[in-house]
Design a binder for this molecule. Sequence first.
Ligand SMILES: C[S@@+](CC[C@H](N)C(=O)[O-])C[C@H]1O[C@@H](n2cnc3c(N)ncnc32)[C@H](O)[C@@H]1O
Length: 229
Amino acid sequence: MSQRMILINSAVFVAEATLKKRGSCAALFPHQRPLELEIGCGIGDFIVQIAAKRPEHNFLAIDIFNQGCRSTCSRVEDSGLDNIRVMRMEARYLLYHYLGGNSLRALYINCPDPWPKKRHRKRRLVNSEFIDLALYSLEDNGIFNFSTDFTDYGEEVAELLNNDPRLDNLNSTPYTNDLGDYPVSKYMRRFLDLHQPIYLSRYIKKAGLTIAPPTISKGFRIPWPQEDA
Ligand SMILES: C[S@@+](CC[C@H](N)C(=O)[O-])C[C@H]1O[C@@H](n2cnc3c(N)ncnc32)[C@H](O)[C@@H]1O
C-alpha cells in the first residue's frame, strides 16, 4: 500500500498509539454510549449523516487511506458532532485486535472495493471468514449493514448472510434495492445518479449466541501477523 503520508491534526482523529494507551474504543468518547462502526468511510459523508440521526450512539469511522481519514475528520469537525471518532486502520485488524466480542451495536460497509477481476476476487473484504469476525464483534441484536453497487458482490454477500442461522433478515428479500432512510454515501450517490441499483443487505444478530473468537487468515492488506499490536 503506497500513499503519501499526511499528518492528520484533528481532535477527532485517533492514532493507534492512543488506542493502545486507552485500552478500549469506548474510552475515546466523552460519553459512554453504544458503539457503531463504519468500515471504509471514504470522505466521511455517510458517518456524518448516520451519527447526526443517532446522537445517543457513538460512531467510529475507519479507512486504510490517509486522505480519506483526513477528509472524514474535516467533515466531522464541520458537523460539530461529538459522537464520531476517525481512525486509519485496516478493518479486520481493528476488529480482531481492539474491539473484541459483543462490542458493536452496528457495523456498516458501503461500496467496499469490488475487485471486479476474477483473479482479484479473493481480495474482497466481505466473505464468510469476515462475517464470522463481524458476528463475534456484534452485540446481541447488533446490525450488519452491507451495500454495494456490484451485482455479484451484492448477491454473494446477501446469500452468505441469508443462509447464516445466527442472523435474521431485516428485509423480506436477501437484499433490497430500496434504500428507504438508509443514508447515501458518495459512491452510492455516484451509482444512483447513473440510475444503477445499490444492493443493500441488513441483518440482525440473534440474541443469546456464544461465538468464539474466530481465526483470521493472512489476507490482502491485513498487517499480519502482529500479535503485539
Ligand atoms: C470504494 S470506497 C467507498 C467509500 C465509501 N464507503 C463510500 O461508499 O463512498 C472503499 C473504501 O474502503 C477503504 N477500504 C478498503 N479496504 C479496507 C479495509 N480492509 N479496511 C478499512 N478500509 C478499507 C478504501 O480505502 C476506500 O476508502
